[in-house]
Design a protein around this ligand. Structure first.
Ligand SMILES: Nc1ncnc2c1ncn2[C@@H]1O[C@H](COP(=O)(O)OP(=O)(O)OP(=O)(O)O)[C@@H](O)[C@H]1O
Length: 253
């Protein structure tokens, strides 16, 4: 059986200024390959600057790789830097949700914009979809009339989740999306994510520094060092017997 998501030999470099008159290529991701199954969570950990966020953005289509392929359900959605722009099945949630939401738009208008831009649903269907999606993430229908500043941090992450889910994605990438939440709100959000996963078979890619969270919710673990995968396996196996020096160092912190 083919995996839901297959990432194959993805590489990315940035062109940086080396001096006043010269530039150099800085390789951020090298030959990244992994697979993710439907209904599973893959965590990506690594030291600061190891390339986690860059990888998250490439997966979600907020940037393209220099080379390599991304397959979703067996269909190629990125091939050597050319992205299928119609693919809306991988969505991303950031740490600072408020910064990623337009402060001048109500939540309902923001979700409706998302639907209008990406689908051909009529007004009545869009209204129903917004209502159902808000309920899915534990928000009230009335919340669609609120502006972002009227929500707490935990509620904002639910709004960000609603914005991701409204297009019925198969994979949600969470880039430190739970890090700024206080422990009890984080636990509630994790429970919501697990419930959605159980109900819909959604898959997650979780980027976080919280190792207890990684162990609690991920099935597989990728460890990055200087843009390369130095460890990849079932989460519990890696926690039981970390092989790479950097994994051991991260676990001992
Ligand atoms: N647009 C860019 N232009 C140039 N260099 C970049 C760009 N984006 C990221 N980098 C560099 O790529 C490297 C990896 O950055 P990235 O943010 O992916 O790491 P990270 O593992 O997510 O780090 P952190 O845990 O601190 O968020 C860093 O050295 C960063 O400075």
């Amino acid at each position: 059986m083919q995996p839901l998501l297959k990432v194959q030999a993805l590489s990315k470099s940035f062109n940086l200024r080396a001096s006043l008159f010269s530039r150099k290529q800085f390789s951020v991701l090298k030959n990244i390959s992994f697979c993710l199954e439907k209904g599973e969570t893959l965590a990506i950990i690594g030291e600061t600057g190891s390339g986690k966020s860059t990888l998250a953005k490439l997966l979600a289509g907020a940037g393209t790789a220099d080379s390599g392929q991304i397959y979703l359900d067996g269909n190629i959605i990125e091939d050597n830097g050319v992205r299928d722009t119609q693919c809306r099945h991988i969505r991303m949630i950031f740490q600072d949700s408020e910064a990623s939401l337009n402060p001048g738009l109500t939540i309902g208008d923001m979700l409706d914009d998302c639907l209008q831009y990406n689908t051909s649903l009529d007004k009545e269907t869009r209204v129903e979809k917004i209502k159902v999606t808000l309920a899915k993430v534990g928000l009230l229908n009335d919340h669609q009339h609120y502006y972002p500043h009227m929500f707490s941090g935990g509620q904002l992450q639910r709004v960000a989740l609603a914005r991701a889910l409204i297009l019925d994605p198969k994979v949600v990438v969470l880039d430190e999306a739970l890090s700024s939440l206080d422990p009890s709100v984080r636990a509630q959000t994790v429970n919501l994510l697990l419930k959605l996963q159980q109900e819909t078979g959604l898959s997650y890619i979780l980027i976080t520094h919280h190792l207890s969270l990684v162990r609690h919710i991920s099935d597989q673990l990728v460890v990055l060092e200087h843009g390369e995968i130095v460890e990849y396996g079932r989460t519990e196996d890696v926690f039981q017997a970390p092989k790479s020096r950097v994994t051991q160092k991260l676990f001992n912190c």
